[in-house]
Design a protein around this ligand. Sequence first.
Ligand code: CO
Ligand code: CO
Ligand code: CO
Length: 357
Amino acid sequence: MQEETSKVRLTTMSTKAGCAAKFGPGNLAKVMAHMNMQERKDDPNLIVGFGTCDDAGVYKIAPDYALIQTVDFFTPIVDDPYTFGAIAATNALSDVYAMGGKPLTALNVCCFSTGLDPEVYAEILQGGLDKVTEAGAVVVGGHTVTDNEIKFGVSVTGYVHPDKVLTNGGARPGDVIILTKPLGTGVISTAFKNEIIGNDGMKEAVVSMSTLNKAASEAAQDIGVNACTDVTGFGLSGHSYEVASASNVTIRIDLSKVPVMEGVLDLIAKDCIPGGGYANRSHYEKWVEFEGEVSEVKKTLVFDPQTSGGLLLFVPKERADDLLKKLEEKKTLRSQIIGEVLPKAEGEKYITYYEGE
Ligand code: CO
Ligand code: CO
Ligand code: CO
């Protein structure tokens, strides 16, 4: 992170922050329902298309080589331009890691307002460039649009061996579920925007959001996992639901094991909840079951939209310890076993949460 060189508060210039600015799962479903668009099922090289709500598209261009393509951009989640750029790039690169791939090239997506010091934009781009470089990839260009609400992100192209693609459809009963970053960025950034917490209260979230999921993805590929996704705008419940429905399994999560950033539960108790959290809850709640006594605070947490969240890994039980050890070796943030995969239960529920010991 760099010293704050500008006086502007980037987060005051938009109404929503980071991945909480997503159009919303309910809104998107309504748009898709009006469309006649179908995946090119006749194209044998399309490995992952938009039909399965996965993290990125995957397209085979040679027997041993598939391209991964994804784009993510959003409004400022922090005030410091350099840090905003770094977080936006980390978040976008994550979808390549979530497919088990390595990033190759990146294109900047810039919606910049006129009237701000050019230095601010230079810092945003520098933050993004440095992260892309840290990921071992190259920025090859980009596009700008004038926009009153600043937005920045990158479109990333990566690669993976076609046999090593990690989709959200591979989870199997008996798998253990590991989460590699703590939850809470939606709540924390809302608290920051509303000036309930200051820069100190943002620190843990900033470190987490600007940590690449590279090490976690490499560990997953080394050990071998059945499924993988990253936890971003749709929250733990939304992304778990995508895996559970694509894999036709039930996911059971012990809330006492789910890592949470410091102060987040208190902030939720003070009603510091992003709009995206409410949108996620109203869309995904019907597939979620809370077993036994679960506090309202924890019920809110599982729908909190994450920006640049961790990987959610589904690993066969006998390899779970090896994976945890590998994740520790590679110094991922806070990897923890949070649950297990069960055969699909009858009815419409896909996720069960309970408060363990
Ligand atoms: Co993703
Ligand atoms: Co995605
Ligand atoms: Co994405």
